[in-house]
Design a protein around this ligand. Sequence first.
Ligand code: KIV
Ligand code: ZN
Length: 512
Amino acid sequence: MADKLIIFDTTLRDGEQSPGASMTRDEKLRIARQLERLRVDVIEAGFAASSNGDFEAVQAIANAIKDSTICSLSRANDRDISRAAEALKGANNARIHTFIATSALHMEKKLRMSPEQVLEQAKLSVRFARNLVADVEFSPEDGYRSDVDFLCRVIEAVIAEGATTINVPDTVGYAVPELYGNFIKTLRERVPNSDKAIWSVHCHNDLGMAVANSLAGVKIGGARQVECTINGLGERAGNCSLEEIVMAVRTRKDYFNLEMNIDPVHIVAASRMVSQTTGFVVQPNKAVVGANAFAHASGIHQDGMLKARETYEIMRAEDVGWSSNKMVLGKLSGRNAFKQRLQDLGIQMDSEADTNAAFARFKELADGKSEIFDEDILALVSDESVTHEKEQYGFVSLSQHSETGERPQATVVFTVDGKEVRGESDGNGPVDASLKAIETHVKSGAEMVLYSVNAISGSTESQGEVTVRLQNSGRVVNGVGADPDIVVASAKAYLSALSKLQSKADRVAAQG
Ligand code: KIV
Ligand code: ZN
């Protein structure tokens, strides 16, 4: 019988650590629900002790998600571990993931602790965590660059204290596949009680090898858990990408011979949700979830595909949630066709009221745009009017005038805590004038660190999707807005980012 490969998703913890990717509690909860639909085994929901905001997000996810194990990261100290346990109280299956650095460099320069102190701290922490929950994961941070003899001592000791999963991070993305695979193999062979724990891989992508290294950890090393993120989101060059790992193991079952719980049909919707929430755009040629991943443009490829799709396709687009039915929707499409398309795209609305709101938004869009593509539908289900997420600032209407040689003028009507206000301004262009019109009331003092416009589908009829990243007093937030009018999309994105700036959550870095 094939072994099982555990998929541990850390989009909401390690993924969120990438600068500018921070998410609100409600955004995290929506993504967690999508991860549950995807049937991810373990969701690392955050780092409860890092901030009140993260504590609340872990708690909300632990209370709402029942099918996946919910995990919180914690440094190796009693306070962090207690906070994690407290946040996880409502979970059906709770895991505490505690970590401490074991490489000479990190111990000496960062922790200023001797190896013996680190060993002792690791043991005490796992013992403490095991008294609070049955499922405890231990990570020796910078494990791949640690001295192998010392690492074996630490791992043996924490397994003896009751750690149920041992995760070996390549924290800085330094590994190469064969060496990393053999490293895990050596550890498993040398640690006398290695069979008492599940071994896990956690690879960063600094040299572009996170997925390859993780697969080697599984194939050569015998790891049975992979830590990964949707779209490979994460600090610096990111983490191992969930969609690539899952589809590699699934497509090459002949080689890996492993079973997974994952239902891949929800992958594209998850990718879209994470990209929209964080403002981290997915490159068109990204494996599995990029817009071109299944597009066959050359004549030879198209001809082959028409004769037999296996000539150029190793996976089926519909298996990961790209709709197989290329019929585009339009203003004459009814509710049933719309609901069917949501289902084909792997989107499950939380309630009938949400489906109604999404359908109303769809009709509005179809009035001005002859063809509605899958990308439009994926964008509209994330719209604030559909998700009902209460934001402090809400868009109402906008008018602007621009003419060659004239300075553009804009008037924006928006709500502040439900009360309508109107701002007017001129600017360098219509977008600039509109955002300045908003600022005449808000006076946020925020600095814009990113403004990007992306056409959701390929024509001038397309909706524009705008991402705005704002920074103020050390906080960085993203706002995303979609509309066929890119000036309106910009105003929506800006208001959404301002709303997030106002929310109080403070945060500290997960890794010291
Ligand atoms: O990359 C890393 O070392 C981590 C640990 C906290 C597991 O994310
Ligand atoms: Zn990491």
